[in-house]
Design a protein around this ligand. Structure first.
Ligand code: IMP
Length: 192
């Protein structure tokens, strides 16, 4: 594969997907092509991921990869889920959204959560190929670490005692929900 559009305006996601793709493949951002983001009208990660890949594919004649991802917190009825980005927008930024979540989680003993990534790849004129990756963990008691993006600083993956925000960027990229989804996708699309 010579060229691929990474269908996201989110810099953290772009960095991670670019890192996972083959080094020899030229990665293009929709921002550099002045392509806007579509409205995320689906209530599911896969619905939004497929909707995004189809939207971005209309603008280019080479492959596109898109993800829809978010944090689902069990004791908050899987909130913010597909609304993860919108929650941060509503509160002004991720730090405020994380503070809001921590307040809601105050005194909650059950703190399990899961990061989900629905990743979709599409060749021009072909059907989208969709996979899902998940990583389970718990919600920290406070915001910890500055290395990540989004909700990284409140998510502690299972079998570790630090947040994604305290991991090095590389270490996090090699174990998270996007990485797990990408490994599944690579089994289906060998040229990635
Ligand atoms: P969307 O997929 O564009 O709807 O955005 C998903 C939201 O979840 C974004 O606001 C991300 O910052 C957040 N999110 C997705 N993946 C991660 C991650 O790996 N770490 C932290 N936050 C994430």
């Amino acid at each position: 594969m010579k060229k691929i559009l990474i269908g996201t305006h989110n810099k953290g996601k772009y960095r991670e997907i670019a890192y996972l793709l083959s080094k020899s493949c030229k990665k293009i951002s929709p921002i550099s092509l002045k392509i806007p983001s579509p409205k995320e009208t689906s209530k599911t990660f896969s619905g939004n991921s497929i909707l995004k890949v189809k939207f971005f594919s209309k603008f280019v004649n080479y492959p596109v990869i898109s993800d829809d991802s978010g944090l689902c917190i069990k004791s908050l009825k899987n909130m913010p889920g597909v609304y993860s980005a919108r929650l941060a927008k509503k509160h002004g930024n991720f730090k405020k959204a994380m503070a809001f979540i921590l307040k809601k989680m105050k005194n909650k003993k059950k703190r399990s959560a899961v990061f989900i990534c629905s990743l979709t790849f599409k060749y021009p004129k072909k059907k989208p190929v969709n996979v899902t990756g998940k990583i389970h963990g718990t919600i920290a008691n406070k915001i910890l670490g500055k290395n990540g993006f989004g909700y990284d600083s409140i998510f502690i993956p299972n079998n570790y005692n630090k947040t994604f925000g305290q991991f090095s960027k590389i270490k996090k990229m090699k174990m998270d929900h996007r990485y797990i989804a990408f490994k599944k996708l690579k089994k289906k699309i060998k040229t990635l």
